[in-house]
Structure formats: C-alpha cells, structure tokens
Design a protein. Structure first.
Length: 549
C-alpha cells in the first residue's frame, strides 16, 4: 500500500478518538496561584480503535488526551480556561528515559501527529515518551480565527502591482486581516503568544511527572524551544532546534530572510536541476532559461489566468505552488512538470483545464481541514508573529521593504508574510531575551540551503546563544533535517537526545543529492521523508476525523 493510500486509510479509522478534558471547576474554586491547573489528571485514551491495512503496529499505541490552561497565565482563573489537545507514544516496553515534547513549527502547525511521523526512528521511540501538541489556538485545542480574512499567499491579488491601486490593495489586505483577527478572536487574540505557550508546555511537563523535559522543535519550533529555555532554564534537559528561525531577534528581522532564502533555493537548486533535465521538462537548458520560462508564464497569467474549475490560477498562486515545492527536493519533479503543464495550456491558447491526477495534489489548498476554526493555523501564525515582538516602521515600512526585496528576490519578495503586523494592535509584553544564559548545551541542526529558515539567520542565533552546538548539513536545501533520511544527521541527533552525547561546537554532515526524475509521476511520487511536510500531510488527513467530545 502506498503512503498516501495508507494515510487515507488511517483517516477513516480515526473516528472514535476522545480528547478528554478535566472536569470544569467554578471560578470560586480556582486558585490564582495555579494549583487547580497543576493538580489536573491527564486521561489517556487510544487514538485508533483498529489498525488499518498496512499501517505500522505503533499506530495502535498512540494515545490522546487534553488538559486545561488559563487563558492568561498572568491572571490565572480570571479570563477563563483554554483546552490543549495532546498525544503521546511511549516505548513498547520498559520505562522511558525521559519526556520529549515536540513541535512541527509554523508557528501554527498542528502537532499531535508528530509522534506518529517519528515512529521510524527506533532508537528514539524505544527510549523516550514522545508527545505531540496542538498548541493554544489550533487543531483540537481551543482555536482562534481571523474570520477567514487572511493575507493568503494564494490570493489572486498580484503583489507586484505597485500602481496606486495595487499599493492600496496591499494596505487594505493587511489592515483587513489584522481587523479580521481582532473581530474573529476578540480578547483571546492577545493571549496567543509564545510566552503563554511555553507556560502551557511547562504545565504539561509537570502533569506528565517529569522534573525536566527534552525538546524537538522544527522551524518555528526552534523559536518556541529557545523561548522555553528563557522562561524555564532549570527545566531544560536536551533540546534540539532543527531548521532554525533567527530566534534571538524579532520576527520582523527573522522572517526578512524568507524571500532571499526561497530565491536562492529556486535559482541555485531547482532551476539548475530542471535545466539538467531539459529533455524531460522542456523548461530551458540553463538555470537562467528556466527562470525566464517561469517569468514568461507568470506574465501570461496576469492577462490570462487558468480556470481549473475549483480555483483559478492567478500569477500569485503560481508563485505559491512553486514556493511550496522548494521545501523538499522530492517535490522538484512535480513542480517542473507543473510549469511545463501551465506552458502547454497557455501556449495552446486555452484558459481552462483539468489537471492530470498526478498533479492535482500540487494545487490543493493546505490548511482547510474541517476543524472548529479552519483558518486557525494561519490565524495563530499572525497572532504569534505580530504579538511576540513589535513591528517597526508601520505600513510604510511594509511597502518599502517589499518593494526592495521584490526587486532583488522576485519569486516571493514582493509580499511579506508579516503584512498584518503593520496594522496590528499589539498589547503583549516583549518576550524574555533568548540568550542561552544558565541553560545546558543545546543542539542546533541546520541544512545549509534551507529556504524558509536560511543559514544566515541560524548562524546569527547560534553566535548569540550561549552553549549552543551547531550541526550543519552541507549541500542540502530541504527544510527539516532530523528524521528526513540522512543517517549522519539522525545518528548524531539521537546520540544527543537518547545518550546525552553532544557533537563538537561546530560539526558537519553531508546532504543528500537531488534525485533524478522518475519515469512517471503517480499518486505516491514525491513522498516526503521531510518530517515537517510529512507531519503536515498526515495532519490534513487525520484532523477532520478526530472526535472532539
């Protein structure tokens, strides 16, 4: 059974998952000191009631639960409670060596499926009690919404349009998203912060009976893990930060590397690979010709968008489809074939099409699962990035920085993922500085060509964070290193997490080459060993079927 068919089968069986929250207590019973929260008992139940054909036997051992946290840790019991949904996978036998809390990033990705994503890592899973978490705001936890008003990267509004009307559209979209978040989430919006989330995590550590916790956080999970060390340095055991945001800076500074990172990945990895296989894809014999093909087609789409029935391919959605393919080398073939497919349609003079089955998955909009708040993940992304640290410069800085980056990094530089922050009504205090002071040595793992969390920001964080060790994966451009199929990385991370053996201050592992094209794309082509993307795929299939009784 193929991986996608297996995951589909898994989703059909996850109909009886129960996430049991503790019994509610009245406001008069709540202790402002937090004892009412610390005295909760976690009630664990199996997530799966039967094993789907071809599923790993570990799937039957994954357990689900939920616990309660104060909406505002600075005023426990005064602003209501939130629900946090969690999962765990314990070793099949013996006593766990420790607790491993995990996070797939975002910020805003649902995380309860991450333990199932990691089942292939036998050494880790036989030693640790591995916990997945839907952080406050997303998934099976108490959710927020921006009212479906989102500065979506799938928008048909072309951010390259810098006419007076285009500029006003950019500002209107940013302001509308910020207002939609406030209207949709109310005062809860101010409580979706990293500071509040790390306090939720430390309560979980306590409820699970551990004095200290280990951590595995990818991408935005590196920011979350670094923040935990600032608030609870004495509770830190072994922390792995994989695919590192510049967590010692502001979100505005950290995410300024997004556009140059993806431009580099597109030009230095994807385009040369597609040119090497020009006979297969017909996009050009040099990297520059491949890039020119993309720009030519994008220009045609501004005048003749393609109607695919369920959506229209505008130029900016074309950017979005290509951007998603830069996260993993295993998605390069699908993107190259898609560009060729768009060329056939546009050069054939038509503006309507039905995608071939193998390409349909590339066009699916992510983050639309049937949860209580379908836009919760994107909403939490906005809340965390706009609440944690201030946006400097207001709307004019948004226009200036995107114009500057767009001219240099045209693939995605014309748009900022932080658009709403330029209109955000920020009420949260600043995060504690993430310096590593008083923290045991941690391990940062980084692919050299990572597009989403580029090496430059990761290195700046490394040099500013005391006691950090750095494992650099050379010749590698995927987003997500550990559990992605690189034995050198996997062995060193597990030597640290399981055995406590740290690598040197700065060490390297070789990356994995980009694979040659397969004869034909199928539904199982482009399978992701990448743990971040694999968790995202699994989450999209499983979450709609979780019972939230």
């Amino acid at each position: 059974m193929g991986r996608r068919a297996l995951l589909a089968a898994l989703s059909l069986t996850l109909t009886s998952v129960t996430l049991t929250a503790p019994q509610a207590v009245s406001a008069t019973e709540r202790d402002p000191g937090g004892d009412v929260y610390r005295n909760q008992q976690l009630t664990w139940r199996k997530c799966l009631t039967e094993l789907p054909p071809g599923a790993p036997p570990e799937a039957l051992r994954v357990e689900c639960a939920a616990y309660r946290v104060p909406a505002d840790w600075n005023r426990p019991g005064q602003d209501g409670d939130l629900r946090i949904a969690i999962s765990r996978l314990r070793p099949a036998s013996g006593t766990p060596k420790g607790l491993l809390l995990t996070n797939p990033g975002g910020p805003g990705e649902r995380g309860r499926d991450l333990p199932l994503t990691l089942v292939g890592r036998t050494k880790l899973m036989s030693a640790m009690e591995v916990v997945g978490i839907d952080v406050r705001g997303v998934g099976g936890s108490t959710t927020i919404t921006c009212g479906a008003k989102d500065s979506s990267w799938e928008s048909h509004q072309d951010p390259r349009d810098r006419t007076p009307t285009g500029v006003q559209n950019i500002l209107n979209r940013a302001k509308s998203t910020a207002q939609g978040c406030r209207t949709g989430s109310g005062t809860l919006l101010d409580k979706i912060t990293t500071e509040q989330t790390v306090k939720d995590l430390d309560l979980l550590r306590h409820l699970m009976g551990y004095e200290k916790t280990n951590w595995l956080g990818y991408s935005g999970g590196s920011w979350l893990g670094a923040a935990y060390t600032a608030y609870f340095p004495g509770r830190v055991s072994r922390f792995v930060l994989d695919s590192n945001a510049e967590f010692t800076a502001s979100w505005q500074k950290s995410l300024s590397g997004f556009a140059p990172g993806f431009e580099r990945r597109f030009r230095q990895d994807f385009a040369p690979w597609a040119a090497k296989h020009h006979a297969r894809f017909g996009l050009g014999t040099t990297a520059e010709q491949v890039r020119a093909t993309y720009e030519r087609l994008r220009g045609l789409l501004t005048r003749r968008p393609i109607d695919f029935g369920t959506f229209t391919l505008h130029p900016h959605r074309f950017d979005w489809v290509i951007l998603l393919g830069m996260y993993s080398k295993h998605q390069f073939q699908g993107r190259a074939e898609f560009i060729g497919y768009v060329a056939q349609i546009l050069e054939g003079g038509t503006t309507t099409a039905t995608p071939a089955p193998a390409l349909r998955g590339l066009l699916a909009t992510t983050g639309t699962a049937s949860t209580p708040s379908p836009d919760a993940g994107k909403s939490v992304f906005h809340a965390i990035t706009c609440n944690d640290t201030p946006w400097r410069g207001g709307p004019q800085e948004l226009l200036r920085s995107t114009a500057e980056q767009g001219a240099r990094y045209p693939l995605i530089g014309w748009r900022s993922v932080l658009e709403p922050c330029s209109f955000w009504d920020r009420k949260s205090p600043d995060l504690k500085p993430r310096t590593g002071k008083g923290v045991p040595p941690i391990l940062m793992v980084q692919n050299a060509g990572d597009p989403a969390t580029p090496i430059e920001g990761a290195l700046r964080a490394f040099h500013r964070f005391k006691n950090a060790r750095f494992l650099l994966v050379t010749g590698e451009g995927d987003h997500g290193a550990y559990a992605g199929g690189n034995a050198c990385v996997d062995d060193r991370v597990e030597a640290y997490l399981v055995d406590g053996v740290l690598p040197g201050k700065f060490t390297t592992c070789p990356g994995i080459p980009i694979p040659d094209p397969v004869d034909a794309l199928t539904e199982n082509s482009g399978q992701n060993p990448n743990p971040i993307l694999r968790n995202r795929e699994l989450t999209e299939l499983i979450t709609p079927h979780l019972s939230l009784r």
